[in-house]
Design a protein around this ligand. Structure first.
Ligand SMILES: [Zn+2]
Length: 176
């Protein structure tokens, strides 16, 4: 059969006396559920250039019914859509143009015995991060609680702490 909406040949079904392919049936089902995207889709004449007059009339009827259910005219719907597009566009260009944003990375180093800092490991982490453009923002020592210690499989009476290193890196250079 030939789809009376898109003009493609293939398997399909008859809805309200109109033959349509499964793809168009899916779109129509969305439209019947007041999907605004589908209202815009079927309002665009380029999407209905292969549609029969009967199919166009039927779709227009469905659209009119959906618009009255939504309590808006098509012009109002279109205005709302354009406003949302403009708003999103503004947000995107704002996000892309904002310089001086930072990202952060957190690294922890566990000190198991006597709470001594593992200098070698810390030095290695600092060097590696610096080579990738990170700088140390904050460092603090965190004494681990009993549950963390048992999770680590250490003795119940042992104490352990971890060094928490927070690195910072600029996402975008001001000069770019
Ligand atoms: Zn179709």
């Amino acid at each position: 059969m030939i789809c009376e909406i898109c003009g493609n040949i293939g398997k399909g079904r008859m809805i309200s006396g109109i033959q349509m392919c499964e793809d168009c049936f899916g779109k129509l089902s969305k439209l019947r559920n007041s999907n605004k995207e589908m209202i815009h889709y079927f309002k665009k004449s380029e999407n209905l250039k292969n549609a029969t007059d009967k199919a166009k009339d039927y779709l227009n009827d469905v659209i009119d019914r959906k618009l009255s259910e939504l309590g808006v005219t098509y012009e109002q719907l279109l205005g709302e859509e354009n406003r949302l597009i403009a708003e999103e566009h503004n947000k995107q260009s704002y996000a892309l143009n904002t310089v001086g944003l930072y990202e952060y990375d957190i690294v922890t180093i566990l000190n198991k015995e006597h709470g001594l800092v593992d200098k070698e490991q810390m030095n290695r982490i600092l060097q590696e991060h610096a080579a990738n453009g990170w700088r140390l923002h904050t460092i603090y020592s965190n004494e681990l609680g009993k549950s963390a210690i048992s999770l680590l499989g250490l003795g119940i009476n042992s104490t352990a702490c971890e060094d928490v290193l927070i690195f910072e890196r600029k996402l975008k250079n001001d000069n770019v």
